[in-house]
Design a protein around this ligand. Structure first.
Ligand SMILES: O=C(O)CCC(=O)C(=O)O
Length: 272
């Protein structure tokens, strides 16, 4: 039986900006498939590329596209965004065993040329994710207090190039999101989050999938490659270019999508 979010879970998401503790979406055999698919996509990387380059490959991999339109996930997303929403981004955050890679404190919305803020990320645990292997941490409630200016990261270990300045984040209030392989969490595009390195002997692999309400428009002068895939409802706004459903099981994207920072348009936030 597909599950829907309860009123309490929706209220928690609205007030705290994140939600976990949901029953596993992917059974053990599907978790094996998640990891095998990840390996297949990694095999398409060029020399010198890292798995973090696997961004928006749902546009070229039918296997990944089908994961992004998992019906149980879409039910949860619909309970948050309402009936009309589209898929537009997916990427892997993989930390191998004994990896120093960190994800600095940040707000996703600071990276994305999207207005208004009406996007949810689903973080799919391909492996268990816990405090010993570098689980993602959130600072509850920070989605409601506005965007904070980000700085260029100075850490050599940081996976992201922008992060919040030390001191601007109440790290003592952070909460780790603990997931078994096959479980998911959901977070708001403005919540402050990040993750430490993985000193353990176990890898920590997550797949993030981003969905937005159809009222959300991408500024194509920042990211000309943006593609929306309507997954539920109708799109009466028609704000964004529509993506083609991929046919190849595992294919890679050649044209990389651009964040505000990658497009070198830092002034965008002042103009938006
Ligand atoms: O997987 C992580 O550690 C961070 C993920 C993240 O930053 C995101 O989903 O936006």
């Amino acid at each position: 039986m597909p599950l829907r979010l309860t009123d309490n879970q929706r209220a928690q998401y609205r007030q705290q900006g994140w939600l976990a503790d949901l029953p596993p979406v992917f059974a053990a055999s599907q978790v094996t498939d998640l990891n095998e698919g990840f390996r297949q996509l990694c095999a398409l990387l060029n020399a010198g590329e890292d798995s973090k380059e696997i961004r928006e490959w749902h546009e070229t991999s039918r296997w990944l596209f089908d994961i992004c339109r998992n019906e149980q996930i879409l039910d949860y997303v619909e309970d948050i965004l309402g009936p009309d929403f589209y898929l537009w981004a997916s990427n892997f955050f993989a930390k191998q065993a004994r990896s120093r890679a960190t994800v600095g404190w940040h707000q996703d919305a600071f990276y994305w040329p999207l207005t208004p803020h009406n996007s949810v990320t689903v973080w799919i645990a391909c492996t268990g994710s816990n405090q010993s292997n570098g689980a993602m941490e959130v600072i509850p409630g920070t989605h409601a207090t506005g965007l904070i200016r980000h700085q260029r990261s100075t850490s050599m270990d940081s996976v992201l190039r922008l992060e919040l300045e030390q001191g601007s984040v109440r790290t003592d209030e952070s909460v780790p999101i603990l997931l078994q392989a096959g479980q998911i969490s959901l977070h708001d595009d403005r919540i402050i989050h990040g993750s430490p390195g993985n000193p353990s002997d176990q890898p920590r692999i997550g797949l993030t999938v981003r969905y937005s309400g159809t009222n959300v428009k991408c500024d194509l002068s920042v990211n000309p490659h943006f593609k929306a895939y309507l997954l539920r409802g109708t799109d009466s706004y028609r704000h964004n270019p529509v993506g083609q459903i991929p046919t190849e099981k595992y294919g890679r994207l050649i044209r990389q999508h651009l964040s505000i920072e990658e497009a070198d348009k830092d002034e965008w936030h002042e103009q938006a």
